[in-house]
Write a protein that binds this ligand. Structure first.
Ligand code: ZN
Length: 165
């Protein structure tokens, strides 16, 4: 995370990564820090809202044979939970993506960020966007009903720390 801005609360972290996520697809804007911060501030002020799951769900439906994690076209794909089921995700929250056999076997019911960064050793900034989008939205919803959006949080890997399964 770039230097001058250090989010410290659950909602700050969620908004920050969501802002990065919505900005990233626009070519050339990945490193536009000012634009990310502007989007972050607009999310925080309520000027704009995190979109619902529609975009991710549509993406999953459009690519039934494409692994959401590694992008490979696999014959044997299977649904995988983005956020561990053990956290008690309420029915109705879209928590599934399609994964190839290898990714599904590796990911299992582990936390997405832990699995990606610690186990696979991949950069936090390269978590695939569909799973990350779902992860952030579920984190937001669950912290909202748990009244923990304003609680302390030190990073993306901790956005579920106040949620007890
Ligand atoms: Zn895969």
């Amino acid at each position: 995370m770039p230097a001058p801005f250090v989010p410290k609360k659950v909602e700050d972290i969620i908004y920050y990564y969501y802002a990065k996520l919505v900005i990233a697809p626009s070519a050339g804007l990945q490193r536009n820090y000012g634009f990310i911060i502007d989007t972050y501030k607009r999310l925080k002020s309520g000027d704009i809202e995190m979109s619902h799951y529609d975009r991710e769900i549509q993406r999953v439906a459009e690519t039934p044979n494409e692994c959401a994690f590694c992008g490979s076209r696999a014959r044997k794909c299977q649904p995988v939970h983005v956020v561990p089921k053990s956290l008690g995700i309420p029915p109705g929250m879209h928590n599934l993506v399609i994964a190839c056999e290898d990714c599904a076997k590796s990911k299992q019911d582990k936390d997405l960020i832990y699995w990606w960064c610690e186990e696979l050793g991949k950069p936090r900034d390269e978590v695939p966007r569909v799973p990350l989008g779902l992860y952030l939205k579920i984190a937001y919803e669950m912290n909202k009903v748990n009244f923990s959006l304003k609680k302390k949080c030190n990073g993306l890997a901790e956005v579920f720390r106040h949620i007890n399964g």
